[in-house]
Design a protein around this ligand. Structure first.
Ligand SMILES: Nc1ncnc2c1ncn2[C@@H]1O[C@H](COP(=O)(O)OP(=O)(O)OP(=O)(O)O)[C@@H](O)[C@H]1O
Length: 246
């Protein structure tokens, strides 16, 4: 039933200089769902995220989120509607502490000046504690973000996105460059987040996708090639062909 959908990408196409990067792509996400998107290089994963977040306008098709047609809205409006996007590289404020970074992200209440010079409210302190616990950086609250590991920066940025309280979190290759332990911790983190938010995660790392244990959509040449559990799509001859057959 369409009403139960949080995000409904329908029959979307976009071409760049005559090359069809997204080709009649349809993807539906129910509220509360987490979906993993996989696919070979150039399959259209990033372009799909760009279309959902308003960075790229599709040539045709519709993208509906909470009843709004996203193809008519620009990036800041879409973000305020409740879509948070985590790009592949961490973009935290390196000179600020973990706490200061999180404070800056809290929905609606903070200016950079007040983060540095004003005391936080009881409500902010409580939200901060929740976010620090979620991203498991309680012991590093006063560390400079620039002094942390790559994985810790990624978790901090995910915490900052959660500070905005999005309904849907889009996460692009979060575990690239992480250790195995960090990769598994990131799967736990996203599963925890998925208890209260919907999540779409693009990732090449199949151990990570397996640990997520969520439905998988395989993209190829800008379209959905297969959908199902990781075991189902991995056994699909068409999927094997696009990953191994060239
Ligand atoms: N702005 C653009 N101009 C021209 N071509 C583009 C543009 N953006 C994407 N493309 C092309 O569209 C196709 C899909 O690219 P996209 O980055 O979405 O794939 P991807 O699945 O995210 O790949 P990867 O796994 O390598 O990140 C590629 O062939 C890419 O070269």
């Amino acid at each position: 039933m369409t009403d139960a959908l949080l995000l409904d990408v329908r029959n979307v196409s976009v071409s760049f200089d005559g090359f069809r990067a997204i080709n009649a792509l349809s993807l539906a996400l129910k509220a509360g769902e987490m979906r993993a998107i996989v696919g070979p290089n150039g399959a259209g994963k990033t372009t799909m995220m760009d279309i959902i977040t308003g960075k790229t306008r599709p040539d045709s098709g519709t993208v509906t989120f909470k009843g709004h047609d996203l193809t008519r809205l620009d990036e800041p409006v879409i973000a305020r509607l409740g879509i948070g996007r985590k790009f592949q590289k961490p973009t935290v404020f390196e000179a600020l502490t973990v706490t200061e970074n999180l404070l800056l992200s809290l929905k609606g209440i903070r200016s950079p000046f007040s983060v540095l010079f004003a005391r936080e409210s009881v409500q902010e302190r409580q939200r901060l504690a929740e976010l620090l616990s979620l991203i498991r950086l309680e012991n590093m609250a006063d560390f400079r973000a620039g002094d942390m590991s790559h994985g810790q920066k990624q978790w901090l940025e995910i915490g900052m996105l959660m500070g905005q309280e999005p309904d849907l979190l889009l996460v692009d290759e979060p575990v690239a460059g992480m250790t195995d332990a960090e990769t598994m911790a990131t799967a736990d983190l996203l599963r925890e987040i998925n208890k209260t938010r919907s999540v779409v995660v693009v990732e090449h790392d199949m151990d990570f996708v397996r640990a997520l244990d969520v439905p998988v959509t395989v993209l190829h040449e800008g379209s959905v090639l297969a959908e199902g559990t990781l075991d189902e799509v991995s056994a699909d001859p068409r999927v094997i062909e696009v990953y191994l057959g060239r």
